[in-house]
Design a protein around this ligand. Sequence first.
Ligand SMILES: Cc1cc2nc3c(=O)[nH]c(=O)nc-3n(C[C@H](O)[C@H](O)[C@H](O)COP(=O)(O)OP(=O)(O)OC[C@H]3O[C@@H](n4cnc5c(N)ncnc54)[C@H](O)[C@@H]3O)c2cc1C
Length: 520
Amino acid sequence: MNRSSNLDILKSNQDKIWDLVVVGGGSSGFGVALDALSRGLSVVVLDKSDFAKGTSSRSTKLLHGGVRYLAQGDILLVLEALKERGRLLANAPHLTNNQPFIIPIYSWFDRVQYSVGLKIYDWMAGKWRLGKSRFIGKSETINRLPQIKQGGLKGGVVYHDGQFDDARMIVALAQTCTEMGGCVLNYAKVTDLLKDENGTISGVRFVDQIDDNHLQVKSKMVVNATGVFADKILKMDNSGARKSIQPSQGIHLVFDQSFLGGKDALMIPKTSDGRVLFAVPWHGKLVVGTTDTLKDKPQLEPEALEKEIDFVLETAQAYLAKKPTRADVLSVFAGLRPLAAPKEDGAKTKEISRTHKVIVSDSKLVTITGGKWTTFRQMGEDTVKHFPKVTGISIQPSKSADIKLHGYVAKPEQGPLSVYGSDADHIRAMMKDKPELAERLHPDHPYTAAEVVWIVRNEMPAKLEDVLSRRFRVLLLDAKAAKAMAPKVARIMANEIGKDAEWISGQLADFEKVSSKYII
Ligand SMILES: Cc1cc2nc3c(=O)[nH]c(=O)nc-3n(C[C@H](O)[C@H](O)[C@H](O)COP(=O)(O)OP(=O)(O)OC[C@H]3O[C@@H](n4cnc5c(N)ncnc54)[C@H](O)[C@@H]3O)c2cc1C
């Protein structure tokens, strides 16, 4: 996956008519691209920033049916998500795992309520079930969650859900799409929509944000998969378009794993203000969140509000014996949920799905909104289904449910290179060949120089932040360590791509600005 080759493909095919251009390289966009490619369509994916820079790298990292949605009676959403959870675990074992969760029980009513609810959850998962839920006594709960508040504890209910590395999943999807013949380009901002004489969408114009090339991609169908930015594209199509997205911010605080202890995750189904709170071990740290704060505007780098930080800290303190404080926060990250706004005006758009929405505008612009990471593939399938109606051309059935993603290995290894799947062998070979590449970039983290070289050659980062935040996840795991590693990583990148000292200092200055938002 090489950015300059893909840019060249687009430059030299200015008049080619692709089947599909997808605007947005997050989970929704890659769900569409994967499904379209599985049906033999030709596809371009453009993202104005790095792939997954938006919400898709800022999730709680759960592949879940949603115990909360079950409590709300949203059975169809839960069924769909449980099936998709199972599929992704099967198709990308190197980036996913079966994660046990424990709900601590402080009243007998809760024991009955959650035991019954989670049995239904198990039953709904059917053949995709990851493990049986069961009640465990107080001592086993304390063994498994050593730092859980013990006063009044009666036991716990264990259940299973999936966990994953969201941004690395996007990298694997981008690589898979490339291998299937798609053309993916990051730092490609769509600025205009092309239309024919009838006002029907016929492609997009975009600006290459790295070298300021102004290009176009012609296509039979254009999909707007820009998450919280969907309204901007809808307004390019029709300046009077109504608001379709309501951004809602969620934040996470990251701590040392010792604040929970053990390998199980903690799930608090009802916090003081009725929210769900997760504390989940991830890459050796503990990710705690989240919140639900309505925001007026979409942002690519949203920032946690003080009241959100206080809420997560206070709730964690209420349930943990070893009480985390602000000084213990290794990183804070915020993301914006692209919640679908309520029913659209039927004259302008068509609503198709209940869990996520596919909107087909009068111009035949197709917009996918709402949904969740877990259901990205189904969202893609539901979007691509509109291709025949939009273009008048029939398509083959979807095969995306069975595609093994780049790096697939049947039995994933454990350890720091596991996320690379089958690529890990290449990285090890590089270290064997040049032992200096095995050098660790930070004493507290396993990342090596060899990985930076591999990433630059194969995973399309254009900026220092792309490596430190979304290829390595160190910015989210330990922001100060990310800052400390930055100069070394920038030098290795510059050496690989032939950049000078000025590029390095520019990248470091940019990373300083971004990383300061992850440190409190
Ligand atoms: C706090 C939080 C926790 C969550 N946890 C979970 C979870 O645990 N499990 C789960 O299943 N779901 C979870 N979700 C939901 C899930 O993360 C989102 O539904 C999903 O990531 C949305 O993806 P997207 O592709 O629609 O948007 P995004 O990931 O934001 O992608 C949109 C992309 O469009 C690009 N773009 C915008 N404008 C343009 C333009 N003009 N030209 C080109 N590109 C453009 C942006 O750069 C961006 O990369 C969570 C969400 C939040 C906020």
